[in-house]
Design a protein around this ligand. Structure first.
Ligand code: ATP
Ligand code: MG
Length: 678
């Protein structure tokens, strides 16, 4: 087994060493970006294993499965294969694993289906209509709003009334109706063995809090729990940790209040602030030395965050002196910004920085469109992280609906979706149909017995046949899910061609889905994995770039969390873009945008360029319009930490007509001739 002896004291600074080798008991590490929080956590895992804690009794919770895997890969370099038995993953992934196993002891079916956000919204819509509240004239909220309020309530424990007062004052009088919809939604999920994202956490917490015997079993699985990015956990997650550590209290949490970027989903830095009170005798370690960035970059990011209402103020320093000031680049328009980024990337590449050591970051997924076109044209491989809507695409959801009713015949949302695919079936008919299936206790037979309107008869019969055929197939042989998708597509591709425009890219999405399915042993695992860890990068979808070993990263600021690159470009630093216009409504949201900008800029090791175009082309108006100004986060004080680069307007040389030469053809005469005049 390859392993080297680890000199913890030499590879960590004093504070990091203290944290990594902390004896049992609660431990809070709160520190700024790039101070080695994640590194310390990795070393702590290694230390625990060294100390003889069985790896399988360590639980490491992180924000994405990908970052958990990365941390464990790093731990493996320190302590060898043993680290492979550590349980690493997300809260939701872990909840899923535990509920499949222990849910039945709390009366939950072991084979529930997971609803993703848009499924949950659809089901909320069905509840609303079933209660007769869907009538648009009544100004009742949209299903998305209902779901948002519900989810916020569940994740924060804030009463529904207070959420409405805060976020939707116009719906305050509807509090009772909200409660009714939520009650119906809850019942509907339970009767149909459906579990939404929030339920995963909620049921986990409820088991721990209400079923002492099961709680002992679940909490008894682990001796140590470690959590990275603790600032982005919510109240429910804190409750879960409390329950999991009740007995041993071996909980290490790591976070940075200045990087809290998920308050919009209910995360709260109160979890960090309250930690010492919740866990008496907890040790707190702070780290101040930044190992990631050069001092000039830190000067800029320190200034940026000094404007925030931060609770733990910290002034980060780096011994990495030298290096140049970050750039603040003014471009005339989007194309010029794109050209600048690409040229600069190539320049740095020539200086020896591999593409994989560079990243371009932006506020929202759509903002890299122009850049993607240019990179493709110039043959520069890239992988895009975040902002993918693959699973939200209607055609992908359609195909998954077939698989889902095979898996769970009570999956109301999917039946509803399949019904809507048939000609002559609209929302009302589809709703009545699922209702009649509910009355008949949900089965494929009851779907078969439903009498569709004449136009849908043929499609209905074809679907019944297909589902029966697929159900008759048995076994979990390799490639089974892929083959099922192929069979589904034999029916569905024609529907797709009829219903949607842009057929080719949609068909290739389905090809991708088929490829992804090939990696899973069975349908249930495939469907759960897709819902829990949807593809989040183009490389997850198997397009091109991940086969290249030197690939540029394009990423949303959210998805770049925790990462670092030699050179980082932050584009679209324009007010209304970063911060996003829709976040400008409240001080809290603006502050969250500021922290997100901080996250983006602190990803850079040696080179940072922040850019903003002055004009943008509006496709709807078919003209350029000028943008208001540079992001408010780059106020005059902050700008002092940057060197300014202004890209000059490119004056296209006007084509000068050569007046002396005779025209090759007389266009005006040609046109006149066409109408027979002379
Ligand atoms: P973030 O807040 O962005 O998640 P972080 O605090 O988790 O940052 P890390 O990613 O763990 O910071 O560390 C930042 C960089 O500094 C990494 O490249 C890490 O290897 C390096 N580093 C941290 N501590 C040390 C150290 N003591 N010696 C050498 N390198 C270090
Ligand atoms: Mg980190």
């Amino acid at each position: 087994e390859p392993r080297r002896s680890v000199d913890f004291a030499a590879e960590l600074n004093a504070a990091q060493f203290k944290a990594a080798t902390h004896p049992d008991g609660p431990l809070l590490i709160v520190a700024g970006a790039g101070t080695g929080k994640t590194r310390t956590l990795v070393y702590r895992v290694a230390h625990l294993i060294d100390r003889g804690v069985p790896p399988s009794r360590i639980l490491l919770l992180t924000f994405t499965r990908r970052s958990a895997q990365e941390m464990l890969a790093r731990a493996e370099k320190l302590v060898g294969h043993a680290s492979r038995s550590v349980h690493g993953g997300t809260f939701h992934g872990t909840a899923h694993r535990l509920l499949r196993r222990f849910g039945p002891e709390g009366g939950l079916p072991g084979d529930f289906t997971i609803l993703d956000q848009s499924d949950a919204e659809d089901l909320m819509g069905l509840s609303r209509t079933a209660l007769g509240l869907g009538d648009k004239t009544k100004r009742f909220p949209k299903k998305e709003t209902l779901h948002h309020v519900y989810s916020r309530h569940v994740n924060t424990d804030i009463p529904v009334g207070a959420i409405l007062r805060d976020e939707y004052p116009r719906f305050v009088q509807l509090e009772e109706e909200f409660a009714k919809v939520f009650a119906d939604y809850t019942q509907r999920k339970q009767q149909r063995d459906l579990v939404d994202y929030d339920d995963l956490l909620l049921y986990w917490a409820l088991l721990l809090e209400n079923a002492p015997a099961v709680a002992d079993k679940i909490a008894g699985l682990y001796d140590h729990i470690l959590v990275d990015e603790y600032q982005d956990t919510n109240v429910l997650q804190a409750r879960i940790l409390k329950g999991m550590c009740r007995v041993h209290r071996n909980l290490t949490v790591v976070g940075d209040d200045a990087q809290s970027i998920y308050a919009f989903r209910g995360a709260t830095i109160r979890n960090i602030l309250d930690f010492p009170r919740e866990y008496h005798g907890a040790s707190t370690v702070t780290l101040e030395e930044n190992y990631r960035s050069t001092q000039p970059i830190l000067d800029a990011t320190n200034l940026l965050i000094s404007r925030a209402e931060e609770r733990f103020s910290k002034e980060l320093y780096s011994r990495r002196t030298g290096g140049e000031k970050p750039w603040l680049v003014t471009a005339q328009d989007e194309q010029q910004q794109t050209r600048f980024v690409v040229d600069r990337i190539l320049e740095l590449h020539e200086q020896g920085i591999p593409l994989r050591e560079m990243a371009v970051l932006f506020r929202a997924g759509y903002m890299s469109a122009d850049l993607e076109i240019e990179l493709t044209a110039r043959n520069i491989p890239f992988d895009k992280w975040g902002g993918l809507k693959f699973l939200e695409a209607a055609h992908v959801k359609d195909v998954l609906a077939f698989l889902r009713v095979l898996e769970n015949p009570r999956d109301e949302v999917s039946w509803y979706r399949l019904l809507l695919l048939m000609p002559g079936i609209g929302e009302v008919t589809a709703r009545n149909a699922v209702q009649s299936m509910a009355d008949l206790a949900w089965s494929h037979e009851s779907f078969g017995r439903f009498t569709p309107p004449p136009r849908a008869r043929e499609a209905h019969a074809a679907l019944v046949r297909l589902l029966a055929d697929l159900r008759a197939g048995t076994g979990d042989e390799d490639g089974r899910v892929t083959r099922e998708i192929v069979r589904v597509r034999a029916l569905y591709d024609d529907i797709l061609r009829e219903r949607y425009d842009r057929v080719e890219p949609r068909l290739s999405d389905l090809d991708q889905l088929q490829t992804i399915a090939g990696g899973y042993p069975d349908r249930a695992t495939f469907l759960s994995a897709l819902a829990l860890e949807p593809p989040s990068a183009t490389s997850d979808l198997g397009f091109g770039s991940d086969t290249e070993d030197d690939t540029l990263v394009l990423s949303t600021a959210h998805s770049a969390k925790g990462r670092e690159w030699d050179a980082v470009f932050v584009i679209w630093a324009v007010d209304g873009w970063f911060p996003m216009a829709r976040a400008l409504g409240s001080e809290d949201e603006i502050e969250e945008e500021r922290r997100l900008m901080y996250v983006a800029m602190t990803r850079a090791r040696n080179h940072l360029a922040v850019s903003y175009p002055l004009n943008v082309y509006d496709t709807r108006r078919g003209a350029d319009y000028s943008l208001d100004q540079v992001s408010r986060f780059l106020d005059r004080g902050v700008r002092k930490a940057f060197q300014r680069v202004t890209l000059q307007a490119v004056v296209e040389p006007a084509a000068v007509p050569d007046a002396s030469a005779p025209p090759e053809v007389d266009l005006r005469a040609l046109l006149r001739g066409r109408f027979g005049s002379s």
